[in-house]
Design a protein around this ligand. Sequence first.
Ligand code: IMP
Length: 448
Amino acid sequence: MANVIVVGSQFGDEGKAKITDLLAKNADVVVRYQGGCNAGHTVTLGDKTYKFHLIPSGILYPGTICVLSPGMVIDPKALITEIEHILSQGLDDSGLRVSAHAHVTMPYHLMLDEAEEESRGEAKIGTTKRGIGPTYADKCARSGIRLEDLLDAKVLQAKLDWLLPRKNIILERLYNLPPLNAQAILEEYAAYGRALSKYVVDTAAIIFKAVQEKKNILFEGAQGTLLDLDHGTYPYVTSSSPSAGGACVGAGVGPTMIDRVIGVAKAYSTRVGEGPFPTEQTGEIGEQLRQTGTAWAEVGTTTGRPRRCGWFDCVLGRYAVRVNGLDCLAITKLDVLDQFDQIKVCVAYKDPVTGQIYNELPSIGSAFQHLEPIYEDLPGWRQSTRKCRQAKELPNLANSYLEFLSRELDVPIAVVSVGPERGDTIVIEDPIHGPKRVLVTGPAKVSQ
Ligand code: IMP
């Protein structure tokens, strides 16, 4: 029995779905604990590519219970479309469970996400425009609508009677947008409630029962540590808690029930949307990393936006190891580096004005924007790694690269992905039962 959290260790899009797919084959329950349809998880099986936004990729394994937790925000229309899509692919929805407490993305959330972004001008966040921020804002303001509210038209009507006039004032007066019609929303969302009612349950109770029965539970993070509302590059973050602690809060499971935390990081870095990205490469190297024109190009699964690309950043990596308490790491897309003569890795930052060196993220977010990366140059291996299935089959220089990252981040690398297919994977150590990070205790080193 093992209950495992899989988290993104960078800015999201680390290839988590590939790793959760690998681990999900032994999982009885797969749980999404935060976010909504801003996420995009891609899994390639033979000639089929599955793209998930809300439903955990564990749905590919028949019999697996797939949970959408209270910590999620759910656009019911998007969920119904996704359920129809998986059914049309011959997949089974009988394992799907949706929390009655998950918050609902309403039409005004979508409109406000778009309008707020536009009004920010140059300071925009670059959101996915899926209504994520406004839905979580209403949840925190205790003005949210939960899935359970869609199941009872009277409850929904009472909530809308109070909410909609207020939302319409904002839409009309602040953003010059047309007001929404309460009756139309009531009818549409009550219909969504009827369509989804068979999936809606107390998911935290299901998870607890699975813990009692010593089942294997996999908690699947969306987005990544640097997009975490509390621990990311605020305000250029999402509005939920993708980091490991968020799994307990979002799913409603006690921290004592978690056995392992596995981080996922690309062998380089990408970011979608605005915000600081010290190792970003805007020229030819960025283009090479983006693999434009290939089926695996670095393009957002949800929005189709090209991802910003750059070298691996060990400062951010160390931070992710720390705030998530990572036990081990899975490195994805190593094969993308096959083409380079030289590979740069950022090991620290330098303040160009004061000359101060930072081995850790500076505590003041705005300072981060101006820091310059200090790189180590590592030799590339210039050889395809696509067919490698064991670490010993990798070119020596590729193994040296992985060892360098592992040393710099002080965390074992358990899994390496060398291609999009399920089989394009090297398991160095069992990520769940193999060696894990040993935290060195004693007087802390002062690093900045
Ligand atoms: P939101 O989550 O749509 O509010 O977007 C906030 C920020 O998070 C933006 O920079 C998005 O590009 C980014 N973001 C949200 N979801 C994802 C994801 O699944 N992968 C990568 N970036 C994401």
